[in-house]
Design a protein around this ligand. Structure first.
Ligand code: SF4
Length: 236
């Protein structure tokens, strides 16, 4: 067997490494059993104090790193704490405050429209249902599932670029459409793990299964990955 350069903590158990499950569900379960202890306590990296701040921070995180959003939101939320504050603020001022997150004109318009809808339809509160969240301007299923999982404890599969890529590499889906990927993963992963599993894939995608040059030689689920078996092995 080839030598892996992974620390013992990150290795799967020998039992896991020896198994070769044929069925998709068995493979998904084996992968969960390996990733769970590697990323035991997962939560969004965004800074927030309540569901509203998480909603705004998640809208800002589109096409932007969580770290960059976290540099912007403390100042933003000091000025504007409630939807009413955003509605009362000129859009140019919101743009100025969120500019470092990129796409700031669209984001400012969406956040302001979202706050107006929160006031008009939800008494200024963030609703706790997916079907209500996705009706808000600037809120798609990804943002809604982040908010549901972290702020309301309602499990939801979050499909970002990492989750979409890894789900395809692992053969969990053949789709590119995030909604179809979400539904494929929902069928494969137990409901109570939807939020945590997608967050684990996000961390795993940042550290190991990166978009370019995935670190397959040190990957703890390499033996369970069909993508790996199709790629040339330069390390052996
Ligand atoms: S073996 Fe490579 S492609 Fe497969 S999950 Fe691991 S890092 Fe990703």
């Amino acid at each position: 067997m080839r030598e892996r350069r992974l620390s013992p903590r990150k290795r799967g158990s020998s039992r896991d490494q020896n198994m070769a499950p044929k069925k998709l569900g068995e493979r998904a379960e084996a992968i969960r059993r390996i990733l769970n202890p590697i990323y035991p306590r997962v939560k969004p990296q965004l800074l927030y104090r309540n569901p509203f701040e998480l909603l705004v921070a998640t809208i800002l995180s589109a096409q932007c790193t969580d770290q960059q959003v976290n540099r912007v939101t403390p100042v933003l939320f000091k000025r504007m704490r409630r939807p009413q504050d955003f509605v009362a603020t000129p859009v140019a001022e919101i743009e100025r405050l969120i500019r470092p997150t990129g796409f700031y004109r669209n984001k400012a318009r969406n956040i302001k429209a979202c706050c107006e809808a929160l006031i008009e339809h939800h008494s200024g509160r963030v609703p706790g249902k997916l079907e209500e969240l996705v009706q808000l301007p600037g809120v798609g299923r990804k943002t809604a599932n982040v908010v549901l999982g972290a702020a309301f404890g309602t499990p939801g599969i979050v499909v970002d670029t990492h989750v979409a890529r890894i789900a395809n590499r692992l053969g969990f889906t053949r789709h590119r459409d995030p909604k179809k990927i979400e539904f494929d993963l929902m069928r494969l992963i137990p409901r109570n793990e939807w939020s945590d599993f997608s967050l684990r894939l996000i961390f795993f995608g940042r550290e190991i299964c990166t978009a370019r040059k995935p670190k397959c030689p040190v990957c703890p689920i390499e033996h369970l990955c069909p993508y790996r078996s199709k790629t040339p092995r330069m390390d052996s």
